[in-house]
Design a protein around this ligand. Structure first.
Ligand code: URA
Length: 247
């Protein structure tokens, strides 16, 4: 029927999260349609008649899509449905649109994080097939060896998964402080991947910062500050036809 769409698609279009994540939220019983919890996939809703609630707030189609770059400080979580009272990255950005983080950065990692209310954009950016480069600066304890760098480059076993080839550059070694600083570029997004890669070669991570997503850098953005991405940046980061979609 006209105006009927799948519940997870509607949620993604409202900017709740990617379609896949919305399916998880539905299965977890966090979504209500007309006051009743729907915890099965396959439900269709009429966008003009049905009332959809997530976390007891009605969600509606947003007209304006926004794309934000945050330089995330450490100590903030990227979870949308935070249950332990920890500080959320969304607390740092006061906009009226219901934005969500595009992908994850762990609580102790700082740096580039994109947030948006455009579910299709989120899906594109987070889907592994798009292979968007993410650049990290990692500080590790001790002097990294050539052999360790080679292993990180080729791919390491991080527990039931071998990472894809990565670009690895030594930025600095400091004898006095007994640390090494590396730049690592990956295009996958396994949970805590960079930390686990370093652990796999026997190195303890002291600090981790994501400097770039694609070519979008937080170099000129203070920690805790954010800015809107330009249309050109949005298009560049996902290399998509978003412009056509907006027309
Ligand atoms: N790798 C990590 O270890 N942590 C992140 O937050 C991102 C990549």
């Amino acid at each position: 029927m006209e105006n009927e769409i799948r519940l997870q698609k509607f949620m993604a279009e409202c900017g709740v999260a990617s379609r896949r994540k919305c399916e998880e939220l539905i299965l977890a019983g966090k979504v209500k349609v007309n006051g009743k919890v729907v915890d099965q996939l396959g439900t269709k809703i009429n966008v003009n008649k049905d009332k959809v609630e997530f976390e007891n707030k009605q969600i509606k189609l947003e007209e304006k899509k926004v794309y934000i770059l945050l330089n995330k400080p450490i100590g903030y979580v990227t979870t949308v449905d935070e249950q332990f009272g920890r500080d959320k990255v969304t607390d740092l950005i006061k906009v009226k649109e219901r934005i969500v983080p595009v992908g994850r950065l762990d609580m102790y990692t700082s740096g580039a994080l994109i947030l948006s209310n455009d579910g299709d954009f989120i899906y594109k950016i987070t889907h592994p097939k798009h292979e968007i480069n993410k650049t990290y600066t990692v500080t590790i304890k001790g002097f990294v060896t050539k052999d360790e760098v080679e292993k990180l480059r080729k791919g390491v076993d991080i527990g039931e998964y071998v990472t894809k080839p990565a670009k690895v550059k030594i930025l600095k070694t400091d004898e006095e402080k007994n640390i090494s600083r590396l730049e690592i570029v990956i295009h996958e997004g396994k949970n805590r991947q960079v930390r686990r890669m370093c652990e796999a070669v026997g190195r303890k991570v002291l600090a981790l910062h994501r400097s770039k997503i694609g070519e979008i850098s937080v170099k000129n953005l203070e920690l805790g500050k954010w800015r809107y991405l330009s249309e050109i940046e949005v298009k560049k980061v996902c290399g998509s036809n978003l412009e056509n979609k907006r027309k």
